[in-house]
Structures are given as structure tokens and as C-alpha cells.
Ligand binder design. Structure first.
Ligand SMILES: NC(=O)c1ccc[n+]([C@@H]2O[C@H](COP(=O)([O-])OP(=O)(O)OC[C@H]3O[C@@H](n4cnc5c(N)ncnc54)[C@H](OP(=O)(O)O)[C@@H]3O)[C@@H](O)[C@H]2O)c1
Length: 284
């Protein structure tokens, strides 16, 4: 592994990922976008190995994502600098137990699983194994996601490496495991709520008479534009909302109905349910 900056590095202040070998065990709905993001960050496709539940599935995912299929989980992790676990939470400790003898002492083990703690992973791995968790959301596949990183026993170089792997993912922050439930509510699961809202808004625009293509384009652009405007201007959402609300106008009427229907409360309850479920699954 070469984590030394060179003048030719894509970003001179980030570790060079071109000599890194990464194994992804489980490139599904979340592991897939993580692969895309790591390739964008500079891990070469021939050094990013995927092992799914079967060789055929590994081949399919590797071809789709521009990575390399491993013949088996064991072959995938052999000599890897980083092993990413994208399997379901209930599988994590079992897969680690099976793979631990194939890991190098410095191999960074990175789990994407909700509800499996660093302590639970450490319990089945050799002492001093560097371990990390990432809580991503699927928009990382287009560089516009959010990732919360948690780790234990990492050197500064390994911590920098972890950030470099997600350098093209979007917003990447270090969080504590106590914060992960709120992070899931505010980012991990939130993308699904936003997709559901976009679907509902598009369906209503179609019901009002717009063609579906145009309805989709208008809704998606408006959601993106509103978020970009807040990000770029730093304006508070309430101030931006008031700026669209002329007295007696159409927007203030829509907002009044939004509040009468309890949409704000419904969204808050949905986010709280996601956080509560995360606590429940973790046993917190
Ligand atoms: N989905 C999200 O938005 C999201 C967000 C944050 C975190 N996560 C976490 O991401 C993890 C995966 O969730 P997901 O939604 O991506 O699930 P998923 O789409 O079902 O993907 C699971 C992947 O694991 C593979 N797999 C299953 N058993 C395996 C085994 N024994 N060895 C190797 N690979 C195996 C599957 O391979 P096949 O395709 O061959 O079955 C599949 O590629 C979970 O731990 C979840 O908590 C998900």
C-alpha cells in the first residue's frame, strides 16, 4: 500500500489510493454505491475485488461497477489493505469469524452495517485489528451523499486513508457511535423519505395534468435547486420559505395546508421511528 503523496496525486493532500487493494464483501444496494465512490476516489478497478453470495453474482456486480470479481470471499480478502463489509447486519460477525484468519494484521476492516458496534466486531477479530464503521447513504454514488465514520484503533495514516476512500462521496464526518442513530435518521434513512416525497409530488403533478417526464423533471430540479440554494447561500430554510410566500398568494396557501395536514409532524415521526429502530436493533 502506498499512502504517500506525490506531486502527481489527484489531490496532493490525500493519500494516494492507486496502489491500494480493497475487498468488498457484499456489493448490494449500499455496497455498490460504496464501490462506485471508492473507484471515483482513485482505487483502481483491478484492485477493487468484489465477493457476493455467489461467483455469478460477484461477476455481475464487478462488471456493472467496473471492479474485479473475486472467486471467493477468502480470495477477495487475501492481501487486501481494506476489507469492506456490505452484508446484512446479522451476517457481519459470522463473515468476520470466517475471514479473520485471512486478514493481515494491518488490514482495515470497514463495516457498513447498521446496528453492529465496533465492540461487537472487535469481539471476533484479533486484538489491535484496525476497525471502522461507515454509515453512508445511496446518493454517495453520485458524489452527493453523506457518510458518518466511526473507528477504533486507527493510526492517523489509517484515519486519513478512511477519509480518502470517501473523498468523492459528498459530506463525510467523524461521528461517535452514540450519534449514529441520529445520523441514520438524518441521512442514512432520510434519502428514502426524500425519494418517497419526490414520488408523491411527481404523482400529484401528473394528476394535475402534467406529462410524467415533465413532472419528474420539474420536481427533481426544484428539490435539487432548493437544497443547492440553501447550501450555497447559507440561508436558513425558514427565511427562504418566507421569501416565497406572498401575502394571500398560492405558496402561503400550500404551506397552510401542509401544516393543517400534519406533514411536518409526519416527517418528524418518520425520522424518529428510524432512529428508534436503530437503537432497538443495536440493543441501546
Ligand atoms: N441500503 C441502504 O441505504 C443502507 C444504508 C446504510 C447502511 N446500510 C447497510 O448496508 C448493509 C447492506 O445492506 P443493503 O441494503 O446493501 O443489502 P443488499 O442490497 O441485500 O446487499 C447485501 C449484499 O451482500 C451480499 N451477500 C449476502 N450474503 C453474503 C455472503 N455470505 N458473502 C458475501 N456476500 C454476501 C449479497 O450478495 P447477492 O447480491 O449475491 O445476494 C448482496 O450483494 C447492511 O448491513 C445495512 O445495514 C444500508
Amino acid at each position: 500500500m502506498n499512502t504517500t503523496d506525490t506531486p502527481d496525486s489527484p489531490a496532493a493532500d490525500l493519500p494516494d489510493l492507486s496502489r491500494l487493494t480493497v475487498a468488498v464483501i457484499g456489493a448490494g444496494n449500499m455496497g455498490g454505491p460504496v464501490v462506485t465512490s471508492m473507484l471515483a476516489a482513485g482505487v483502481p478497478g483491478e484492485r477493487l475485488r468484489i465477493a457476493n453470495s455467489t461467483p455469478a453474482s460477484s461477476e455481475r456486480a464487478a462488471q456493472q461497477l467496473g471492479a474485479t470479481a473475486a472467486a471467493s470471499r477468502e480470495e477477495g480478502v487475501q492481501g487486501a489493505d481494506v476489507v469492506v463489509l456490505g452484508v446484512k447486519p446479522y451476517q457481519v460477525t459470522g463473515v468476520l469469524t470466517e475471514l479473520r484468519e485471512h486478514l493481515g494484521a494491518d488490514t482495515l476492516v470497514l463495516s457498513l452495517a447498521a446496528a453492529v458496534t465496533l465492540e461487537q466486531m472487535a469481539g471476533v477479530l484479533p486484538e489491535a485489528q484496525p476497525i471502522a464503521r461507515a454509515m453512508p447513504n445511496t446518493p454517495i454514488s453520485v458524489g452527493e451523499g453523506a457518510v458518518g465514520l466511526m473507528s477504533t484503533g486507527l493510526t492517523t495514516a489509517q484515519h486519513d486513508l478512511l477519509h480518502a476512500l470517501f473523498s468523492r462521496a459528498g459530506v463525510v464526518v467523524d461521528i461517535t457511535e452514540d450519534q449514529v442513530h441520529a445520523f441514520i435518521g438524518a441521512a442514512g434513512s432520510l434519502s428514502a423519505l426524500v425519494f418517497a416525497l419526490i414520488e408523491a409530488m411527481t404523482d400529484e403533478a401528473v394528476r394535475e395534468g402534467l406529462k410524467r417526464d415533465l413532472a419528474s423533471q420539474l420536481v427533481q430540479q426544484t428539490v435539487r435547486g432548493a437544497a443547492t440554494m440553501l447550501i450555497e447561500s447559507g440561508t436558513h430554510a425558514a427565511v427562504a420559505k418566507n421569501g416565497v410566500s406572498s401575502p394571500g398568494g398560492t405558496t402561503v396557501e400550500a404551506l397552510a395546508e401542509f401544516e393543517r395536514q400534519g406533514v411536518r409532524g409526519g416527517i418528524a415521526s418518520a425520522m424518529a421511528a428510524s432512529m428508534e429502530r436503530s437503537r432497538e436493533l443495536t440493543g441501546d
